[in-house]
Design a protein around this ligand. Structure first.
Ligand code: DOR
Ligand code: ZN
Length: 349
């Protein structure tokens, strides 16, 4: 039952794109994601990247070991594709339930993507196999050419790479990840049901000005970089439209404060601690709280062919203050919305 004035109850959500890192950082952040979400698609851009079923299984074990006692969170593992990705290992990892999906990082597009794919032509046999077995391809959709303006890299990727890929591989399930432009929305809307997209909370809240308000704001910097206001508005419309093509993917990407506040600050916004609250604020502003459940808890599972979660979670209209910093095993992280308040909080059961 949903009384959207003060309380909403939805199926437990899933996060279809998150960076949990490794080692001490994994230990520090895993609990935030596990407390909000039933499952999450785990990004493989560790150093070195997760490129084999064996390394994914080992990483999954490390994640499970880092979860708080009693957690029933399920990490869904992904394979980092390289130019010489092994289709047999990928397919057997998928059949064995180790790999849920595979991730295409164009080489050097973002953090730890140096081993990424230099040309999609190199991995066509792998993509054919994925199409055949129904394994989703998750795409970081940006070209990396230095002559393309950073704010245009997603739109150019659609024209130069994605449209061709879909023509060549019309049955491949593709998740266009963390979309940031009206062009991406238009592309996803007009593609078949095998093409979907995730949208982050930060790309729904901020436009590119957030990086420059009164000075440089490294904690608003991520990749793909936030775009103009017209793009943010298109994303908000898509996320809250009720379309099954759009679902929750936080892209929570923690970096220690000193790595963000640096002469060459890392890309990534750490939003895991208040992710659902952050999305709820958007859906309320758009007058679409009744559509939050579809976006957060239903569309992604349906796209992946997985059952929706049975557990329920309630949010109540009660302001919650986001701290300036969060301690991560002695390291310091600055969360998204640091120092601000959000209007909805997760109700304690
Ligand atoms: O901002 C980002 N941070 N974008 C990515 O694609 C990677 C991520 C990270 O791993 O830090
Ligand atoms: Zn990411």
């Amino acid at each position: 039952m949903t009384d959207t004035t003060n309380r909403i109850t939805i199926r437990r959500p899933d996060d279809w794109h998150v960076h949990l890192r490794d080692g001490a950082m994994l230990e520090a952040v895993a609990g935030f994601t596990a407390s909000q979400f039933g499952r999450a698609i785990i990004m493989p851009n560790l150093s070195p990247p997760v490129t084999s079923a064996a390394s994914a299984a080992a990483y999954r074990d490390r994640i499970m070991a880092a979860l708080p006692a009693g957690s029933d969170f399920t990490p869904l593992m992904t394979c980092y594709l390289t130019d010489d990705a092994d289709a047999d290992d990928l397919a057997s990892g998928h059949a064995d339930g180790i790999f849920t999906a595979a991730k295409l990082y164009p080489a050097n597009a973002t953090t730890n993507s140096a081993h990424g794919v230099t040309d999609v032509a190199h991995i066509m046999p792998v993509l054919e196999r994925m199409q055949h077995i129904g394994m989703p391809l998750l795409v970081h959709g940006e070209v990396t050419n230095s002559d393309i303006d950073i704010f245009d890299r997603e739109a150019v990727f659609i024209e130069r790479v994605l449209k061709k890929l879909i023509r060549a591989m019309p049955g491949l399930k593709i998740v266009f990840e963390h979309i940031t432009t009206a062009q991406a929305v238009q592309f996803v809307d007009s593609a078949g049901p095998n093409v979907a997209a995730t949208i982050t909370p930060h790309h729904l809240h901020i436009n590119r000005n957030a990086m420059f308000v009164g000075g440089m704001r490294p904690h608003a910097y991520c990749l793909p970089v936030a775009k103009r206001e017209q793009h943010r508005l298109a994303l908000r419309k898509a996320a809250t439209s009720g379309s099954p093509k759009y679902f929750l993917g936080t892209d929570s990407a923690p970096h220690e404060i000193h790595a963000k506040e640096s002469a060459c600050g890392c890309a990534g916004i750490f939003n895991a601690p208040f992710a659902l609250e952050s999305y709820a604020a958007i859906f309320e502003e758009e007058g679409a709280l009744e559509r939050l459940e579809g976006f957060a808890s239903v569309h992604g599972a349906n796209f992946y062919g997985l059952p929706v979660n049975e557990a329920m979670v309630s949010l109540e209209r009660s302001e919650i203050a986001v701290p300036d910093t969060i301690d991560a095993n002695g390291a310091t992280l600055v969360p998204f919305h640091a120092g601000a308040a959000l209007p909805w909080r997760i109700a304690q059961a």
